[in-house]
Design a protein around this ligand. Structure first.
Ligand code: LLP
Length: 396
């Protein structure tokens, strides 16, 4: 990912900045699409992972749909080439204005997360005399075996409808006369690395589909969310194993020929295509520890501070010697560390460090705490003479 030519270019740029490798992104997208096409699966890119316009345009060019969680995401997806009929909108707290926007823009489907929301959508649809497609987001009570903060499918997590809610909906179907209720949506969490978890999800989905069909609710769209994890320890050129992932669903999901299967990958699409580049400001001794202070902080990349996430870090300016370092940002917060006890070559002021796997949930989660300036962003095809990619598109 980082040739000498690129490092020379980096040296001229103001740090910190995000660097996106569009060649890698295109390669990843081509493989993802190839695998999805083999199974006939539909893909909605989870915009929340990275909503940079240029990234969105690359992804929408491949024919992806968009999975959005706010009115602004819906708007931005539309502005960047995603077709309304391929946009889905989830989220536990959609405002009436956001729902109205979804109705006005005629997006594909609203993923509904509570009984109250279902009633609100129905009444908004009634006022404008429309039928609105909704998918019931069901909470399957499955442990995604990931960090607690990115687990969404356990009973007490705030997401989705309970099975009791589904029963209520079945019994009161006629109340929702302005809704086209032909989809289910299940998303159990993010950075899932144990594929067995998805097998468990299939089991619950099979039961739910059976139950709904017994009760005369015919489901045509089955949206299985996102969640496929990436390898944070060996990130370079790592394409996620999309084939193994889809294969779990192919093997374990019992669907009828007319039912369509949708996925919403975010991290697995863009995670490894981005890195945060930061410069060493100081190297200091704290007792027995050597601490590198860099010019990026959790305002630029929150994941290590918020989820204790471990991103691989490399010094691309030095190769000599090896030493244990803690790596901290400049913010007035003790949580502002990117790593502790990491083995790096001898590091000095001015060196450039790469924090890998920052393409997903990096730029989008930035803040301006301490009145920090947002990090810059650069793309490989601007910095390097990049090859043109042959684009394959989603069949459906
Ligand atoms: N669909 C829904 C309904 C979601 O809530 C999410 C992520 C996705 C799809 C995409 O999941 P992915 O394929 O990216 O795992 N900020 C956290 C991750 C939060 C994920 C939120 N929902 C992090 O940095 O790890």
């Amino acid at each position: 990912m980082f040739s000498n030519e690129l490092i020379t270019q980096f040296d001229r740029l103001k740090t910190p900045f995000y660097y996106y490798d569009t060649d890698f992104l295109n390669k990843n997208l081509n493989i993802l699409i190839h695998e999805a096409n083999r199974f006939g699966y539909r893909l909605h890119y989870a915009v929340k992972a990275n909503a940079n316009s240029r990234i969105l345009q690359i992804i929408s060019d491949y024919g992806f749909g968009a999975d959005c969680v706010s009115g602004n995401e819906v708007q931005k997806a539309l502005e960047n080439g995603f077709k309304p009929e391929k946009i889905v909108f989830a989220g536990v707290g959609k405002t009436d204005e956001e729902l109205q926007l979804a109705i006005d823009k005629k997006i594909f489907c609203v993923n509904c997360e509570s009984l109250q929301e279902l009633e609100i959508i129905n009444s908004l649809a009634e006022i404008c005399n429309k039928k609105v497609r909704v998918a019931l987001r069901i909470n399957p009570d499955i442990d995604a075996q990931t960090h607690a903060y990115i687990t969404t499918g356990l009973q007490y997590n705030k997401f989705g409808l309970s099975l009791q809610d589904v029963d209520y909906i079945i019994k009161n179907k006629e109340k929702y006369s302005n809704l086209l209720m032909d989809g289910v949506h299940l998303h159990i969490g993010s950075q899932i690395t144990n594929l067995k978890v998805f097998r468990d999800l299939c089991g619950v989905v099979n039961n739910v589909l059976h139950y709904l069909s017994q009760n005369n609710i015919n489901i045509q769209h089955i949206n299985l969310g996102g969640g496929l994890g990436i390898d944070y320890s060996e990130p370079e050129n790592q394409i996620p194993d999309f084939q193994a992932y889809f294969n779990v669903f192919y093997q374990h999901l019992t669907v009828k020929p007319w039912q369509e299967i949708h996925f919403e990958p975010g991290r697995a699409v863009i995670g490894q295509a981005g890195a945060l580049i930061t410069r060493v400001l100081y190297v200091k001794e704290n007792g027995s520890r050597k601490t590198i202070i860099v010019d990026a902080g959790f305002t630029d990349l929150l994941r290590p501070a918020l989820y204790q996430a471990k991103h691989k870090i490399k010094n691309i300016s030095s190769e000599s010697g090896e030493m244990l370092y803690d790596i901290a940002g400049p913010l007035c917060e003790t949580a502002d560390y990117f790593g502790k006890g990491l083995l790096l070559p001898e590091t000095k002021r001015g060196d450039l460090l790469v924090i890998y796997s920052a393409g997903a949930y990096g730029e989008v989660m930035a803040s301006q705490y301490n009145l920090r300036q947002p990090a810059g962003k650069y793309f490989s095809d601007d910095l390097l003479k990049s090859k043109k990619h042959k684009i394959s598109t989603l069949k459906i």
